[in-house]
Design a protein. Structure first.
Length: 275
């Protein structure tokens, strides 16, 4: 006798199988052929997945068309099983899938557009955090600024691409016709953040992106600053801090170790007076 677990496992396998001919003996068909009853269940499951991914990836769908999008999602559903009780988590690996899906191999930008749309989804649902405490920041001794470790707001996410993904994303919003300017080429470094109930996408300068990426990775302010200057000697750290505090990109900070050079008065990093 089959256990309930065995029956459920068999049912799930048949739902996602592309092979025909299953007898589906475990189904009560109520007058239908068991395989037809299974088709009803299968159609409902795949339809729910299509709608879930359509809600997250409207630009990808617009780029490839509704019919092909559903075709791609059906392949994705069979390749990547849901590991969460939250249907909203299911599209997490869709960009990875598109990168290996032969049918879209020529659309080299498509996986990164999907990655951007996934970040938009994550930013929209991210937790709220209060703004950075400027009074507390102002109390930091200048020589300790280089060792501060800033954290980004949970609704702030970063993505670098060799393709103009932000331009493609903007061109394919509901109020646009999909046309991207002819001179729009090359890589883009993108910041995704939530502003009220809207998600904003900003294209960043390389130095700004380098600094934010290093801060997000846990680097202290001095090390992040050095990385930004290496990208552009014209990097203005004061303007960077003012802008990203004002927009809520930087949400908090903590003090790291006081640099040894502070005891000797050797100021090698950015100071608070500059900010």
């Amino acid at each position: 006798m089959n256990s309930l677990r065995d029956l459920q496992t068999r049912f799930a396998a048949d739902l996602f199988s592309t092979a025909g001919g299953s007898e589906c003996w475990y189904l009560r068909s109520d007058g239908l052929q068991p395989t037809h009853r299974l088709d009803i269940y299968r159609n409902n499951v795949f339809s729910n997945y299509r709608e879930a991914l359509r809600a997250v990836y409207p630009v990808v769908e617009r780029l490839v068309g509704e019919r092909f999008f559903c075709h791609a999602v059906d392949h994705y559903v069979r390749a990547y099983r849901s590991l969460s009780g939250d249907l909203g988590d299911y599209g997490r690996q869709f960009a990875e899938f598109l990168a290996s899906f032969p049918a879209v191999r020529q659309l080299v930008y498509l996986p990164d557009v999907a990655r951007l749309e996934w970040l938009v989804e994550k930013a929209f649902h991210a937790a709220h955090r209060p703004p950075l405490d400027l009074a507390r920041l102002g109390q930091v001794p200048p020589l300790q600024v280089s060792r501060l470790q800033f954290s980004l707001h949970p609704a702030v996410l970063l993505l670098a691409s060799v393709h103009p993904i932000a331009a493609i994303w903007r061109a394919n919003q509901a109020d646009r016709d999909g046309s991207v300017a002819e001179d729009t080429t090359g890589s883009e470094s993108v910041l995704v953040r939530r502003e009220g109930f809207e998600v904003v996408i900003e294209t960043l300068a390389v130095a700004d992106f380098a600094m934010l990426s290093r801060l997000a990775d846990g680097c202290d302010f001095g090390a992040a600053y050095a990385g930004a200057v290496a990208e552009s000697g014209e990097f203005d750290v004061g303007e960077f801090l003012r802008r990203h505090v004002a927009t809520g990109t930087l949400a908090d900070f903590r003090s790291g170790r006081i640099p040894v050079s502070a005891a000797t008065g050797d100021r090698t990093g950015p100071e608070l007076q500059k900010l």
